[in-house]
Design a protein around this ligand. Structure first.
Ligand code: NDP
Length: 300
């Protein structure tokens, strides 16, 4: 069997960002308003610092008004809540993202629930979760990683996914559950697998679409993949790579790529697959949030 087509998430993300830049420029010209994104980082987690820097840079590249708030790791919870409240009331800010994880002394759900649902560009507020689950996607802000994964699926398989068997491995609130909701709305037959699932390989073998969001390096083996299936690998795992030099590491997904590429019809690589889509979809959500707050019609 021929090797799978590699889904180039970097290229798709670039085209999404280009489109958002153009739409943001058009908004500025017609209304004088730039979409505003505020990112809040508490503490010095190095991975979070990299993500926040990338989000800030991408927002600026899209022509957004971008604000970064960096707070010390020991900032009291009340100060974080006060900052969110201030951003909720700032008309120049249309999207608020609080970078997770937060330090232990801060109640994550308390902070996330305080963000106004219409400014919740991560899509984690219960109102947005509820709208998505109720099938009202057009009124919700959808979490960025699943939304980006769906864009990749549609660019690969076409707009109509109805009737396909989709297996989502992982049931987190950030990836697995919203991914399953999105696929259900596309009229896929959706199975959600998790750590208690029996005979996971057999479950995965039924799938036309596999979305792996587990956080276990190369757990999904090639012979689990039905020939021709489309595989979206959300996992990002860092493994030591002494062959690259002392102290070096490399990124791998949740799927054993070299094996799966022999079975799948199409597959996302790690890195360069879902990862770049997440930030691109944050830009989409920020522009969407801005247009809704300005009472402008949705764009196609
Ligand atoms: P979580 O740890 O929150 O969830 C992992 C899920 O995998 C859980 O539902 C868990 O099941 C399930 N699981 C764990 N072990 C097994 C197993 N042996 N068999 C089947 N299921 C299992 O992770 P996230 O959803 O936050 O992230 C998943 C991966 O995606 C990570 O690698 C993360 O780094 C990556 N990620 C990538 C992003 C991107 O931009 N590309 C963004 C966000 C995440 P149970 O519920 O039963 O414990």
């Amino acid at each position: 069997m021929s090797e799978a087509r590699i889904i180039d998430g970097k290229a798709v993300a670039e085209s999404v960002r280009d489109e958002i830049s153009a739409r943001s420029a058009a908004l500025l010209q017609s209304s004088g308003i730039r979409p505003g994104l505020a990112v809040v980082l508490v503490g010095e987690d190095p991975a979070s610092q990299v993500y926040v820097r990338n989000k800030d840079r991408t927002a600026e590249a899209c022509g957004f008004h971008s604000v970064k708030h960096t707070l010390a790791a020991d900032t009291p919870e009340t100060d974080v809540l006060a900052l969110v409240e201030q951003l909720n009331n700032d008309p120049a800010i249309h999207g608020i993202l609080v970078q997770l994880p937060l330090p232990r002394h801060i109640d994550e759900s308390k902070v996330l629930r305080l963000i106004k649902p219409e400014k919740d560009v991560d899509g984690f507020h219960p109102v947005n979760v509820g709208l998505l689950t109720a099938g009202e996607r057009s009124a919700a802000l959808v979490p960025c990683t699943p939304a980006g994964s769906l864009v990749l699926l549609k660019r690969t398989l076409g707009q109509d996914l109805s009737g396909m068997n989709a297996v989502v491995i992982g049931r987190s609130n950030i990836v697995g559950k919203p991914m399953a909701s999105l696929l259900l709305q596309e009229s896929c037959t959706v199975t959600i697998a998790h750590s208690r699932t029996r005979d996971l390989p057999a479950v995965v073998r039924t799938a036309d679409i596999v979305v792996a969001a587990v956080g276990r390096p190369e757990m999904v083996r090639g012979d689990w993949i039905k020939p021709g299936a489309t595989v979206i690998d959300v996992g990002i795992n860092r493994l030591p790579a002494p062959e690259l030099g002392e102290g070096k590491s490399r990124l791998v997904g949740d799927v054993a790529f070299k094996e799966a590429v022999q079975h799948a019809g199409a597959i996302t690589p790690v890195p360069g697959g879902v990862g770049p889509m997440t930030i691109a979809m944050l830009m989409v959500n920020t522009l969407t949030a801005a247009r809704r707050q300005l009472n402008l019609p949705e764009e196609a």
